[in-house]
Design a protein around this ligand. Structure first.
Ligand code: NAD
Ligand code: UDP
Length: 323
């Protein structure tokens, strides 16, 4: 079975490549390295079940092989990244989605789209079930990401209804772990790097906003199940960890776990920052028989170890930058 993964050099995409290869699939990875890094997939170069194509999926995609499954994961995902590349973000989740869906139609491939909890915007229903339509500001600064994801979901469903493509949508909630970049900008890598350098942790707003953090290994297992299980055409699943923390609770956990001298520094709130977020994962529990197994404590310990090594490597070789 052949799988095409876009965003293969990114945080989630590179772990997906590992998982599918481990499970016996042949993987073709596509990435243009906008926010990903060759380091994330360097260990796969030379693997007979892996091929990498450096490519921008906003262009027409030509792949000669038969393909059984396409996972469209290319897209800047950190708010810092998508605010830096607003138009590209909209293109990769409109043109990129269109091209990967067109390819799925041509190859009669199953299609998995990486959507996000951001489709719920600043939610008025809590926790968020898949049936909730969301509360998104269509013209705010985050809309480049939120609306592109919503468009991609609509486009995926249109291909399902009009062309009978077997599409599945994963609404992914905040996920963290090894292979995130030092300068990724998302809250966990930021807080860990600041804490390890004994700098004060930047908290946007009063820190009472909540998030629910899923460790990468748990997420990958959920995506794998959603992808390989039969009979899920047109289905949408929340994938995330339902344990909810305020950003201040997260900051103190990270300060304590790193043994840092840091404290927190309050900064102005980010525009349209969702005030709370927590997945209702009853559907994934019931149908995929999936739920996260790794606690925030355990996941943070692994991630802190990873960033310690990365920071040390960077100190020895500053030319590596923030990759
Ligand atoms: P990431 O930034 O690490 O990975 C995205 C990858 O896509 C990068 O390798 C980047 O170079 C690549 N890319 C961007 N534009 C491209 C293009 N035009 N052509 C080819 N490749 C391109 O982010 P991530 O956290 O791994 O997120 C992966 C996917 O999962 C994204 O679609 C994101 O929206 C979704 N997601 C992630 C999270 C999370 O918490 N990590 C949450 C919700 C949704
Ligand atoms: N945040 C913060 N300090 C940081 C980075 C993020 O206080 O250095 C906050 C941010 O305002 C948001 C939450 O942490 O409320 C999660 O932010 P992140 O960028 O990780 O992802 P989001 O869930 O907003 O997409």
């Amino acid at each position: 079975m052949k799988v095409l993964i876009t965003g293969a050099a990114g945080f989630i995409g590179s772990h997906l490549c590992d998982k599918f290869i481990k499970e016996g699939f042949y993987v073709i990875g596509l990435d243009n390295f906008l926010t990903g890094s060759p380091d994330n997939i360097a260990h796969l170069f030379g693997n007979k079940n892996f091929r990498f194509i450096e490519y921008d999926v906003t262009n027409y995609i030509y792949i000669p092989d038969d393909i059984d499954i396409i996972l469209h994961f290319a897209c800047p995902a950190s708010p810092v990244d998508y605010l830096k590349h607003p138009i590209h973000t909209m293109k990769v989740d409109s043109l990129g989605t269109l091209h990967t869906l067109g390819l799925a139609k041509k190859k009669r491939a199953r299609y998995v789209f990486a959507s996000t909890s951001e489709v719920y915007g600043d939610p008025q229903i809590h926790p968020q079930p898949e049936s909730y339509w969301g509360n998104v500001n269509p013209v705010g600064i985050r809309s480049v990401y939120d609306e592109a994801k919503r468009f991609s979901e609509a486009m995926s469903m249109a291909y399902h209804r009009e062309h009978g493509i077997d599409v599945r949508i994963a609404r992914i909630f905040n996920t963290y772990g090894e292979r995130m970049r030092l300068n990724d900008g998302r809250v966990i890598p930021n807080f860990i790097c600041y804490a390890l350098e004994n700098r004060n942790l930047p908290v946007y707003g009063d820190g009472s906003q909540t998030r629910s953090f899923c460790y990468i290994d748990d997420l990958i297992e959920g995506i794998f199940r959603l992808t390989v299980m039969d009979g899920l055409e047109g289905e949408i699943f929340n994938l995330g960890n339902p344990e909810e923390y305020t950003i201040l609770e997260l900051a103190s956990k990270i300060i304590q776990k790193t043994g840092s001298q840091s404290t927190v520094e309050f900064l102005p709130p980010m525009e349209d920052d969702p005030k709370k977020r927590c997945p209702d994962i009853s559907k994934a529990r019931r149908i995929l028989n999936w739920e996260p197994k790794i606690s925030l404590d355990e996941g943070l310990e692994n991630t802190i170890q990873y960033f310690k090594l990365k920071l040390n490597k960077n100190k020895k070789n500053p030319a590596d930058g923030g990759a």
